[in-house]
Design a protein around this ligand. Structure first.
Ligand code: 5GP
Ligand code: MN
Length: 336
């Protein structure tokens, strides 16, 4: 784990990027602001270097990230698996961003990536990354993979390619992964990076407005329903949780990203140290789980041990195999 790339790694990255005809960039399933921001931040910088780049995501992007330059060119594996296979076959360098285990892109896509030989670079800030890439840039002290993309450009002397589209994407990833600069992981270095980008012309207010103030009516109604009728508060356990079924999501014409931030609302109750959001997935028999905590309460361990997931100490996720009712029962039992 290091915040600084070794000279050997820098030499490899510069050589591979220099020689590549087609570079592909992959991020994790259910892409969040950091997955999208780091991917498009890097893509826009590489495009500025004259490179041909394809960003591939396993599944849909929250609608409020479509303002970022390049979002409309993203290829989605769940929509175009054949195109993705072609891109994988043709690309001579891959970046793996914002995930630490290859199956975070989903089992199907993971199979294609595992079969591919060729150079790959993993950039990630989660704990215990797998050894699956030719170069690994991993450090949990970074706020976000997006901040690491800024560092990559800085350390490789590529700052001239940090153009406005790249800065907007990186800032989006940093803002969303830090809860708007509030989590303990934020450092003076994070703010220095932002100051640098502001001096270069980044409009931070525009990004906040795009990400947080473009909700549609249905989404706000869904939030109201979730908080008003589905929030379960267990003060004796210092726990609060929200569960939503597919039927409930459909009632509010749910779109990808609509439930982002709900779990943080549950955590905002005074005295609550862990908040959980359980959402029935579209695939039958799967429940998607989000965990948030305060202080020393470690949800990374909780997610790894019980929910086929992981993440960070205060923010983690996972995937439960079974019904929503069974997931709720497990949660109640584990916190009993
Ligand atoms: P979220 O609750 O926003 O989906 O995820 C919170 C954090 O946990 C993120 O850092 C995310 O990368 C990580 N995470 C979410 N789902 C999973 C999962 O299924 N497996 C692992 N290892 N990490 C996850
Ligand atoms: Mn991240």
């Amino acid at each position: 784990m290091s915040r600084i790339l070794s000279n050997t790694d820098k030499t490899h990255i510069a050589k591979w990027v220099g020689e590549a005809q087609l570079i592909s960039i992959f991020a994790h399933q259910s892409p969040d602001g950091d997955a999208v921001g780091s991917s498009l931040g890097l893509a826009n910088a590489l495009i500025s270097m004259g490179k041909k780049v394809k960003v591939i995501l396993p599944d849909a992007l929250p609608v409020f990230y479509y303002f970022l330059q390049g979002a409309h060119d993203i290829v989605f594996f769940h929509e175009n698996p054949d195109e993705v296979k072609n891109i994988i076959a043709q690309s001579d360098l891959r970046f793996y961003l914002d995930f630490n285990r290859i199956d975070r892109v989903g089992h199907e896509l993971a199979k294609y990536l595992a079969d591919y030989t060729g150079n790959s670079i993993m950039i990630d800030h989660h704990q215990q990354p797998d050894d699956v890439a030719s170069v690994l840039f991993s450090d949990t002290t970074f706020t976000s993979t997006s901040e690491m993309i800024f560092q990559l450009l800085h350390q490789l002397d590529w700052m001239e390619h940090l153009n406005l589209p790249a800065m907007e994407a990186i800032y989006t990833g940093v803002v969303t992964d830090t809860g708007s600069f509030r989590f303990p992981v934020v450092t003076a270095g994070t703010h220095q990076m932002v100051a640098f980008m502001l001096e270069r012309g980044l409009n931070h207010a525009k990004i906040h407005q795009e990400v947080y103030d473009t909700q549609n009516f249905n989404r706000l109604q869904l939030t109201g329903y979730a908080l008003g009728q589905k929030l379960v508060y267990r003060p004796e356990k210092k726990l609060a949780y929200i569960t939503l079924s597919q039927a409930e999501l459909n009632r509010f014409h749910h779109q990808s990203g609509d439930t982002e931030g709900l779990v943080n609302q549950a955590l905002s109750i005074g005295g609550v140290t862990m908040a959980v959001f359980l959402r029935e997935a579209e695939e039958p028999g799967i429940v998607r789980c989000s965990f948030r905590s305060k202080g020393d309460h470690d949800v990374n361990v909780f997610a790894r041990q019980n929910w086929n997931g992981g993440g960070h100490k205060n923010a983690a996720g996972g995937k439960f195999h079974g019904t929503l009712e069974q997931a709720i029962e497990l949660l109640e039992n584990l916190t009993a």
